[in-house]
Design a protein around this ligand. Structure first.
Ligand code: TYM
Length: 332
């Protein structure tokens, strides 16, 4: 059976981009794939985290998965550090990954900024750990937002390099699944930059836990331009904020941008924004409420993660044993 692996970092501020670019798509895919959904705490540690926040954020991502509709009985939900195979395989893969491949990673360049020499080794090796996440389960498909495309190409290259080096076909080459109308949700304050957890402005993003009033306020304050919406998608060119809001609407309504413009083309933002805000509240409101409900029951969340890590470990241990044989590691 085809297997899906994907993950979210527990770094707080889960937002509409995480939902529309990733989590929402997983909900639909769980029917047709064997699914492993991870909370990638080791990846979060590539930048400084406070321990209490890391723990709380890990539970929050788990709650978001479940509240969004991922069934923990059908899918494996767990936190990465609970399965030691991730770090172990990352080492094996790191040994065959040329530095030149890592030097091309744009996300490292963005996150390390101008002080590259001060960036941690973990941040540099981030994409190797990500390849290990996927390959540890021999996942065939990886549903993510567009910003992860380069990392996935690297994961495929690493899988291919390993298979060639050891003359095996052990790893499938994982396929990215970049789905829906909002594969790259942009900031509500600037349509040229990605909506992100680390943007200092709360008004740049809609969080999955925002209440109705907050969502309405953020949509109302979202940057726009003075023109009415165009009748055709072509008319969104060079109008990044308008393009972003139309894509968000289309994704939330599970329709196309064409259909949204057929309804709102020629109308002003004063008409479109309240409609968008109502739609966002209708879609996100129940998820946010369910998240806070779930988060009141730590035992429940921890139990789901514990069970998930046992199931994940079972697959991981089996694959690691095979990998030890392939690589030539003695298991006395
Ligand atoms: P992270 O935590 O940054 O993001 C989680 C998921 O949300 C998507 N996403 C977006 N999609 C659309 N618009 C946006 N503005 C937006 N921002 C984030 C991301 O593409 C991602 O799918 N490296 C990954 C975590 C990871 C992973 C993996 C993913 C670690 N190992 C293995 C897949 C497979 C990341 O940073 O996600």
């Amino acid at each position: 059976m085809n297997r899906i692996f994907s993950g979210v970092q527990p770094t707080g501020n889960l937002h509409l981009g995480n939902y529309l670019g990733a989590i929402r798509n997983w909900v639909a895919l769980q029917r047709d794939y064997d699914c492993v959904f991870c909370i990638v705490d080791l990846h979060a540690l590539t930048l400084p985290q406070r321990r209490d926040e890391l723990r709380a954020n890990t539970r929050e991502v788990a709650a978001a998965y479940i509240a969004a509709g991922i069934d923990p009985d059908r899918c494996i939900i767990f936190n990465q550090a609970a399965v030691s195979g991730h770090s172990e395989l990352a080492w094996l893969l790191g040994c065959i990954t040329p530095l030149g491949w890592l030097n091309r990673m744009t996300q490292f360049k963005e996150k390390a900024g101008r002080h590259r020499d001060n960036a941690g080794l973990g941040l540099y090796a981030y994409p190797v750990l990500m390849a290990a996440d996927i390959l540890l389960y021999k996942a065939t498909h990886v549903p993510v937002g567009e910003d992860q495309k380069q990392h996935l190409e690297l994961a495929r290259d690493i899988a291919g390099a390993f298979n060639r080096q050891y003359e095996t076909e052990f790893f499938p080459l994982p396929e990215p699944q970049i789905l829906g109308e909002a594969t790259r949700v942009m900031s509500l304050r600037d349509g040229r930059v990605k909506m992100s957890k680390s943007d200092p402005s709360e008004y740049s993003r809609i969080n999955m836990t925002d209440d109705a009033d907050t969502i309405a306020l953020k949509v109302r304050k979202a940057k726009t331009d003075p023109d009415p919406l165009p009748h055709e998608v072509k008319g969104l060119e060079n109008r990044p904020e308008a393009a972003n809001l139309v894509s968000i609407y289309a994704a939330l309504a599970e329709t196309s941008r064409e259909a949204v413009l057929a309804e709102f083309g020629g109308k002003m933002f004063s008409i479109f924004k309240p409609a968008l805000s109502d739609l966002a509240v209708a879609r996100l409101g129940p998820i946010g409420q369910e998240m806070s409900h779930l988060l009141k029951d730590r035992g429940l969340i921890d139990g789901i993660l514990h069970k998930g890590s046992e199931r994940a470990n079972e697959i991981a241990r089996h694959h690691m044993a095979e990998l030890h044989d392939i690589v030539g590691i003695l298991r006395p």
